[in-house]
Design a protein around this ligand. Sequence first.
Ligand code: ING
Length: 300
Amino acid sequence: MSRILTVGGAQLGPIAPDESRESAVARMIELLHEAKARGCGLVVFPEMALSTFFPRYYEEDISKMDRFYEREMPNDAVRPLFEAAEKADIAFYLGYCELTPDGHRFNTAILVDKGKIVGKYRKVHLPGHAEYDPNRPWQHLEKRYFEPGDLGWPVWRCRDGVMGMGLCNDRRWPETYRVMALKGVELTMFGYNTPDRNTAAPEPNHLRMYHNHLVMQAGAYQNSCFVVGVAKAGIEDGCMLIGGSCIVQPSGEIIALASTLEDELIVANCDLDLAKMGKETVFNFAKHRRIEHYGIISSQ
Ligand code: ING
């Protein structure tokens, strides 16, 4: 019996610095209703889906940014999304900023199904910098406002598939996909907030979208899994974030692609058994990998 899961990528347009969580949640519930009407069993929302991408701003005292973090999950602002998804019988991925009771700050994503948090991930690869950089048009201070994730890349069985999560910059690193693939992942999810200008080094603008899709298509093919990449897009407080949300199948082909920089749902029927073919042939890890030559990857 084939395991076809209809997957939705719920891209969000800009979230203004003063936009309330309630407003962002209402927009996501709208997309959830559309996902229900289109038969989705899983919906992926972006990274930092409850707030503007605040690491573009410098604050000497980082506690001044506490308003962008969630101290508990779910909370009053987010519970309506949990309830709407449970009512629609849809599992979802949500990216948000986590402030733990003992004061640790993470860029976090959760997988939620039937009203419960199935799994949590904390962003491992933090791009950008920790101190103010006067040479940049916008800051990218994720190393200032977050600690590297401490959970690794777990995978979870959900909706009859094996699922895993990453966040934004993680999608650029082959290790992210490989760790999950070695645990049997069939579908990986990445919310992202990607400025359309590389503020660290001058590079042609067309490379933003080229690299965005290159890394997810490569990750999908080389690890024989589906990849769902979902943007927060559009001009947030003057800073353009790329769109290009997409669903990639294990062959590496894009099977659903966003066409706007707004709130937009993309949908694809994902036959999870497609992930098996690559795992049993070209990327049969047990048969073909030669780990005696790979040590340097995790020792340097
Ligand atoms: N954003 C960007 C990303 O990895 C970035 C940071 C932009 C890195 C451009 C390299 C080049 O898509 C986040 N939030 O990680």
